[in-house]
Design a protein around this ligand. Structure first.
Ligand SMILES: [Zn+2]
Length: 80
């Protein structure tokens, strides 16, 4: 089973639309729990990762795409 990697700043599309009409959310926290902010009305929620993975349809925009070039500085150090 393929595991999707999520980062803070990613824009994701959920299967269920928010009452405001938007189905896109921006991740503000990843880990055991995911924090995300609605792109339509700025509503903030936190949900467990397992629930998020069931509700998430796709990543619309990865965080690093908006900051291209700056991520290359620490590429040879790997993950701590
Ligand atoms: Zn909303």
């Amino acid at each position: 089973m393929e595991r999707v990697h999520y980062d803070v700043g990613d824009i994701v599309r959920m299967k269920k639309k928010h009452p405001c009409g938007s189905d896109e959310w921006r991740l503000t926290r990843v880990g055991m729990d995911f924090g995300m902010r609605c792109q339509g009305c700025d509503h903030f929620v936190m949900i467990p990762r397992v629930k998020f993975e069931k509700m998430c349809r796709a990543i619309v925009k990865k965080a690093e795409e908006s900051a291209s070039g700056e991520a290359s500085q620490d590429r040879n150090t790997g993950k701590n």
